[in-house]
Design a protein. Structure first.
Length: 391
């Protein structure tokens, strides 16, 4: 086998981000030719008003896609899903910390790094953190939530869909438990949008208070995020300003926001059925061809295109790099952790050894992938695994 060029490489890392949707590209080319581009949506002149109209149009499109029609103003565009998630956590805890009030946060051990990074931030300021247990698939155990709740519990955070395994959390159960306890629930929905039905208005009735999303997961531009908050929920911007109802500082990222709206209007649920068939076929082929294949999260509901694997006998890094040299772009887990040599905290939470957690493989299939490409991938993967087991 000879290394492929970048042009020939097969992209199987859709959970890190999918290619910009063709309609998004068309819309951006059109807006770049308009003299409106560069205008500040907060300006009161005609160019500013036109730019503001594009922001509002994008917000309406995103609201429809996320089932947030009751109050589209509940959506705030941020610079990333990370900012959206961390803004929630800061908004809840900073007012409590300022007055030296006891603050307790419940989250899960399978969260994205951007949420787990906030644990030390809270603890360093006197707050406390508890972890909701997960089962061997990585599914949060909603039945254990009530036993962790305290009078000082100010927030429960959970990942809606695991970015490494694709496992879907029981968000309705979590929401009902939080509603009963009058504790806000925050969901990281980056991997949920466009892949499973999302209806924020309905979840709000059940107990959801905050949810964060990333448009580049559905064909928008990286560098943009979406934060939804239930009406009346507090948001605190670290940068003071007049953007989006005084909820963020700076000037709106007009291109990113407009692209998010276009991408939101193009989500197609039928693609998920095709991806589920491809994923299941791929999993079956790999398991039948490569002995000692371990599927992470395979016993739980998962989003369609995600397959997380470990291989007995491979407990060191190098698998992702070897596959890259053979022309297949895959991941060992969260793209935000790429280059980090630590074992996956998600796979360790599932009970994998430190070695297996260090050598995990995440395959996330983008829409439009052909089976022929995946069939070739199985052949290459088999060769690479055999080679690594011998070395």
């Amino acid at each position: 086998m000879s290394p492929r060029t970048q042009r020939d490489a097969i992209y199987l890392d859709a959970n890190a981000g999918v290619l910009v949707h063709p309609r998004v590209g068309e819309a951006l080319r059109a807006i770049l030719q308009d003299e409106i581009f560069g205008a500040n949506p907060s300006s009161v002149h005609v160019h500013g008003r036109k730019a503001k109209h594009l922001v509002l149009e994008a917000r309406d499109r995103v609201a429809r896609s996320l089932g947030a029609l009751t109050n589209p103003d509940s959506l705030v565009f941020t610079s990333s899903g990370t900012e959206a998630n961390q803004l929630v956590i800061r908004s809840v805890f900073e007012p409590l910390l300022e007055i030296k009030q006891r603050a307790h946060w419940i989250t899960t051990p399978v969260e994205h790094d951007c949420n787990l990074q906030m644990i030390d931030w809270l603890k360093d300021r006197g707050g406390e953190v508890s972890f909701l247990p997960v089962d061997s698939n990585g599914t949060p155990d909603a039945s254990k939530l009530s036993s962790l709740l305290r009078p000082e519990t100010a927030l429960v955070s959970a990942i809606w869909v695991g970015n490494e395994t694709g496992v879907i959390s029981p968000v309705e159960e979590l929401a009902r438990a939080c509603l009963k306890a009058s504790v806000p629930l925050h969901l990281d929905g980056a991997q949920a949008w466009g892949k499973i039905p999302v209806n924020l208005d309905e979840l709000a009735k059940q107990g959801l208070t905050y949810a964060a999303f990333a448009p580049h997961k559905i064909g928008g531009l990286a560098g943009t995020g979406v934060l939804w908050s239930k009406k009346g929920a507090r948001l605190i911007s670290q940068i003071r300003g007049q953007q989006q109802g005084n909820r963020r500082g700076g000037t709106e990222n007009l291109l990113g926001i407009y692209a998010a709206g276009v991408a939101a209007s193009q989500t197609d649920a039928s693609e998920q059925d095709e991806l589920a068939e491809l994923r299941d076929r791929l999993q079956k082929q790999i398991q039948s061809k490569i002995s000692g294949t371990l599927v992470n999260g395979g016993g739980a509901p998962r989003i369609a295109g995600t397959l997380s694997l470990c291989f007995e006998g491979i407990e060191r890094e190098g698998l992702v790099q070897a596959l890259d040299l053979e022309g297949f772009s895959v991941s060992s887990g969260s793209a935000c952790s790429s280059g980090v040599t630590e074992p996956s905290h998600v796979l360790q939470a599932l009970g994998r050894s430190e070695g297996l957690a260090r050598a995990g493989l995440r395959i996330s299939i983008p829409p439009g992938t052909r089976w022929e490409s995946l069939e070739n991938f199985v052949t290459v993967l088999d060769t690479v695994v055999r080679r690594m087991r011998k070395s």
